[in-house]
Design a protein around this ligand. Structure first.
Ligand code: RIB
Length: 299
């Protein structure tokens, strides 16, 4: 079974700061680094490092060729990746606080110029029963979902970043929905303060045919299969020092999906994913902080 990840590629400009800048304030960064990023690229790298066969479809400008090289060096098939010489590659401006938390400003660039032809070419290169993974950082999402469903692909969707556009997508086509608590509450129209069990139950009511995976940061993760009555809960793995939480969710998703494609149960897949994202938060940066499978204990 192959996995097609149709997703974003960003150049991440990462500034380490004591605390996030406030309105009207000017602050100096302690350090500046440039990393490979984008939720799409990060998830493809996590998938490949976890041992899955993954093709990445997406769009960059010629200023982003090093992102393609990073994917290829990680074992990702980039034959469906388009390079548009005249367009700027997407980028992200990321502040990382002393506590390791982040805040991100995105510029979509080439990610937001996906063409119809690339969608049909990408979907046609897959086979019935293969998996399509999507995040919410590229254009034409609804069309991609419809084409994938028409070709018999199973759609795994991570609606991040969550915004109004998501509500217009054909969500009934999604096989597995992967959200954090805020995204889940936004989708279900639930109160994010009502607690994860309540949020996942509201999601079940709204999307009864979908499997639901909810990541809970330092509190772990929760899964509710579409035909199951009870959630499966897995705690987060212990972390000695949180350096940077960027891409922790992407790492979790990549490892979870790789394990699922290899036939693991949701619980086993979540445990492996928790171990991988625990390692990721101990390192600075996005793609570069994603561990290889051999780094996981017993992996
Ligand atoms: O999930 C982390 C990613 O979000 C970063 O790499 C940044 O590019 C944004 O897409």
């Amino acid at each position: 079974m192959r996995i097609l990840n149709f997703g974003s590629l960003n150049v991440d400009h990462v500034y380490k700061v004591a605390d996030f800048v406030k309105p009207g304030e000017t602050i100096s960064a302690e350090t500046y680094s440039r990393f490979c990023g984008g939720k799409g690229l990060n998830q493809s790298i996590a998938l490949a490092r976890a041992g899955a066969k993954v093709l990445h479809a997406g769009r960059i400008g010629s200023d982003g060729l090093f992102l393609k090289e990073k994917l290829e060096a990680s074992g990702v098939d980039c034959s469906l990746l388009e390079v548009a010489a005249e367009e700027p590659t997407g980028h992200a401006v990321i502040q990382v606080s002393a506590k390791g938390e982040n805040c991100i400003v995105l510029f979509g660039g080439a990610n937001m110029r996906i063409a119809e032809e690339q969608i049909s070419r990408s979907i046609q290169s897959m086979e019935r029963g293969d998996i399509l993974l999507l995040q919410n950082e590229i254009s034409r999402m609804g069309e991609i979902m419809e084409a994938a469903d028409g070709a018999g692909l199973r759609i795994f969707f991570n609606p991040a970043p969550m915004n109004e556009r998501v509500l217009s997508y054909p969500m009934e086509l999604v096989d597995t929905l992967i959200v954090n608590e805020i995204e889940g509450a936004g989708l279900a129209g639930a109160d994010p303060e009502s607690g994860p069990e309540q949020v996942i139950r509201s999601l079940r009511t709204k999307y009864p045919a979908a499997n639901l995976l909810m990541t809970l940061g330092a509190s772990g993760a929760m899964y509710l299969g579409h035909s199951e009555e009870r959630e499966v809960f897995v705690p987060a793995s212990s972390v000695r020092k949180v350096v940077d939480t960027t891409a922790a969710g992407d790492t979790f998703i990549g490892y979870f999906l790789a394990e699922t494609a290899l036939g693991a149960s949701p619980e086993t897949a979540m445990k492996t994913a928790a171990a991988a994202s625990g390692l990721c938060v101990g390192r600075l940066g996005a793609a570069d902080s994603i561990p290889f499978r051999h780094e996981l204990r017993g992996g």
